[in-house]
Structures are given as C-alpha cells and as structure tokens.
Design a protein around this ligand. Sequence first.
Ligand SMILES: [Zn+2]
Ligand SMILES: [Zn+2]
Length: 166
Amino acid sequence: MLDGTVAFVGAALAAITFGTFAEYFVHRAMHWGLLYPEGHRWHHASNDPRTFLRDVLDYGMGAAALSWIGFLVSPTIGLGWMAGALAYTLLASYAHQLQHANPDLVFWMKRPVHRLHHDAGYVGANFGILVDWWDRLFGSYVPIERQRTLPARGVLLKAYLAIPWR
Ligand SMILES: [Zn+2]
Ligand SMILES: [Zn+2]
C-alpha cells in the first residue's frame, strides 16, 4: 500500500517536473519560430493572456498527448503520472494568468519569471512560466529587479482569485 502511494506520488511529481521542462522548450521553440510563431507574436504584442480555461485547453493538449506513458511501467505509475500531468496543466495555466493579472502574488519564485519575459522587453530570456529552474539551468535567466507590492491582507484571497477564468 505504502509502496503504491510512494510510486503514485513519485510519478505525479515526475510528471510535474517534466511538464515544466517541456514548457520551457515549447516556449523557446515559439521564439525560434518553430511552433505557433504567429499566435505567440500576438500574445507578446497584445500582452493578452486570454483566459485560464484557454490555457488549460492549450497546455492540456500537450499533457494529454504524453499522459499515457506511465502505463508502460505499471497501472499505479500510470495513474500517478496522469494525475501529475493534470496538476501541471492546472498549475501552469494558473501561473500564467496570475503573472499577467498580478505578478506580485507569485510567492513561489523570487521574481515572476513570465512577467519579466513580457514586461521588461527581455523576450529572449526568462522562458519559464510555472517555475524559473530551467532558465537558471540553461542560462536564460535574467534577474530583472522589480518591487513587489502586496494587496492588504483582507483582500489577498480575492486578489489570488482575480484572474480571467473563462
Ligand atoms: Zn504570457
Ligand atoms: Zn514568449
């Protein structure tokens, strides 16, 4: 039972880690002009993140395409990997929306890496969305200084929920 739980959680974490790695290279490929160059140019020119649901569908398509591979190992690993792929899709979509709506609320990174990618004119750097690890590892991290202003305590939860959901 415990072994099963460990395998499930391990597979889920592996899928989330792999998701952030894929996100980094898919985003870089967009800037190399290999994937959706038009759509991505529009995203930068307009600075419009569309909605959480649109991101879930976009990111989820890639995640779904790779969601079955854990079943090659075992049913437990398969389910864990699938749960991780779903969790990654939801987390990355939320992280993208939040960094457009209110980047100061991104507490899990020192700086909101996707917002830096957009608003400082550094389109050739900071490709991560959910995390900044891969930028740091592959040398594309540019730590632009920015002040963080948090909303008052009483409205904090409201601020976290104030993204375009659909
Ligand atoms: Zn964006
Ligand atoms: Zn970009």
